[in-house]
Ligand binder design. Sequence first.
Ligand code: PLP
Length: 394
Amino acid sequence: MEQKDVIYLDHAATTPVKHEVLEKMLPWFSQNYGNPSSTIYGLGRTTHEAVELARETVAGCLGAKSEEIFFTGCGTEADNWAIRGSAYANRKKGSHIITTAMEHHAVLHTCMQLEKEGFSVTYLKPDAEGLIQPEMVEQAIRPDTILITIMFANNEIGTIQPIVEIGKIARAHGILFHTDAVQAVGAVPVDVETLQVDMLSLSAHKFYGPKGIGALYVRKGIRPDIFMQGGAQERGRRGGTENIAGIVGLAAALELACSNMNETMKNITEKRDYLINRVLENIPYSRLNGHRTKRLPGNANFSFQYIEGESLLIWLDLSGIAASSGSACTSGSLDPSHVLLSIGLPHEIAHGSLRLTLGEETTKEQLDYVVEKLTDTVEKLRQMSPLYEAVQKG
Ligand code: PLP
């Protein structure tokens, strides 16, 4: 089967680089190759200007100032920097951090590491639909709380958090607020002023930009400790020669995503709801994970009782459908997803889960094919399950 024949429903893992984005990136490899720090000559000034132009574009899309945008190597780095940098910078004020049990491992593992270093962390448990109630955040605040880090939208179940309300609480208490918006930026409107966040992470490969480039928004006046020691790049706060082609690609992809946002959201949401309704109607013992409406436009996450998610993925792959059971970073692990467990799913149901994430190029015809294959495959797998047989026999 050729790659072009694959029905790709794993856009939360990554997206293809758009042709227009790639075109804008190409001159920054072999043609304009100067080091942006070498501004003494023209080649260096050209790349320096390209980086600064990209910074302005990204800032414009997020409602930020360009000096508040710092380019990083990926979303993971942006999360690590925001959390560790804020923890170390505020150590004298306190050592308590509030986060959630459903964060991406870039946040979760960073917080766990900080616990080993003497910080204490509260992991808030979401409700059954994956929502964190703002009151829970307020109740968890202690006199020594220095940072709240709560994701904008979950990468597995797609639930979108009440970030504005949480931001207000954080600000009222004078506590730094970071949000991992890696899944949200480029998919839904994100404006740092409206959100009242102090730091926000994003990653280009989630919105049709290249892999290996991300950014951290840091509100003016806030100074997380330096995470990447080195040269004077990124105003001395993140050393390392800039990935110019990546930075240009990130800005181009974000600009495209933001210019068509309303139309794209409407279009993808319609297709997502079509898929959700058809799956729930066609497949018995199935459930939708995550909030019905407060969810990312492209995210559909299901659990099917009496089957193994991993077997389902293998069968779908054989039918030319690329999907996942949860986060790409944990695929290959046989443990059930920490996100599904955090919303209270029992292990056996969490094991039978499937994440289908739609993109701009997903068509209704593809979804019809997916529903057909999925219905057949779930039935086939259930026929092999002794538990299902017992249930059928009553
Ligand atoms: N945070 C979330 C919510 C994600 O979904 C991901 C990637 O899947 C990351 C962080 C990490 O981003 P990156 O792959 O750019 O390191």
